[in-house]
Write a protein that binds this ligand. Structure first.
Ligand code: ZN
Length: 284
């Protein structure tokens, strides 16, 4: 706690008699208020009723939608059928596209294909949103506009189409309410190690995330979903240094690795392998 510039008072909360929200995080602790007799420490207690359902963060991809929360573990929704609708329609449209500029009939056929694609995709979008809603009290989603800024076409090809993404987000906002849909900065969500924060500069589209810092090996999309979950749970700060962006979690000095091992690891039944000793942590 800052008393005056450069001078601090440290409060040891480990001997407290009152409960803190699940984890120490900025989202749970408010700004302390000083009076001559007392220090008031606002603590955020619980959220609006979510029907006992957890908050789950989701990583959108072309072939799957990957969700994570410690309560549910890894949830993978297969979106390959949705992708194949777009791919099939793209092929069909391409075959008549060249004629469309000259022929009225070809233009009608093209419009028919587009409408059919939208209808079919719409059904899948609804179904995906229904499944997401059935497991979540609230959701964390990648912020679409921000994603566009940092994503190049090659990477974008791996991802679910923007219109699907936008539609699913819209359906979820409609059903859960705006307060329960949190849009998260997706920067580097696949590149950071969710356990120790190491940044993997050459991911090269590998399916398994391998950490050069702590040795974690984890499905790439699961790692991304865990990163998004942690951004939703702890909050984060966007930093710019020397023209480079980075995302820093607001864990307020709590050990990230210790939190991960205590909360995330037990929830990953069979989905995670830790290899090679990471210093004091060792192989677990
Ligand atoms: Zn790591």
């Amino acid at each position: 706690m800052t008393v005056k510039p450069g001078e601090y008072v440290y409060l040891d909360l480990s001997k407290r008699y009152f409960p803190l929200p699940g984890e120490v995080s900025s989202a749970g602790l408010g700004e302390p208020i000083l009076t001559p007799e007392k220090v008031h420490l606002p603590v955020h207690c619980g959220d609006v009723d979510q029907g006992g359902k957890p908050a789950v963060a989701w990583d959108f991809n072309l072939l799957s939608l990957d969700g994570y929360s410690p309560e549910t573990g890894w949830i993978r929704i297969d979106t390959s059928k949705l992708a194949s609708i777009h791919i099939a329609s793209f092929e069909k449209r391409r075959s008549v596209q060249r004629k469309a500029s000259k022929s009225k009939k070809a233009r009608r056929v093209l419009a028919k294909y587009s409408k059919r694609e939208r209808n079919r995709a719409g059904k899948h979008q609804l179904e995906i949103a229904r499944v997401v809603q059935s497991v979540c009290g609230s959701v964390g989603l990648e912020e679409l506009e921000k994603q566009a800024m940092y994503t190049r076409s090659r990477i974008w090809n791996r991802r679910i189409s923007r219109s699907d993404w936008r539609s699913i987000t819209r359906i979820l906002v409609g059903r859960l309410g705006e307060a329960r849909v949190e849009e998260l900065d997706p920067y580097g969500s696949s590149s950071y190690c969710s356990r120790c924060g190491w940044f993997n500069r050459d991911l090269n589209g590998a399916d398994v995330f391998v950490c050069g810092g702590c040795g974690l090996r984890l499905d790439r999309q699961l790692n991304a979903a865990i990163n998004l979950y942690m951004r939703m749970r702890f909050g984060y700060i966007v930093k710019w240094e020397g023209g480079k962006k980075s995302i820093v979690l607001r864990m307020e000095g709590a050990s990230r690795v210790a939190w991960w091992d205590r909360v995330v690891l037990p929830s990953l039944v069979g989905g995670c392998v830790l290899t090679r000793g990471g210093g004091a942590e060792g192989d677990q």
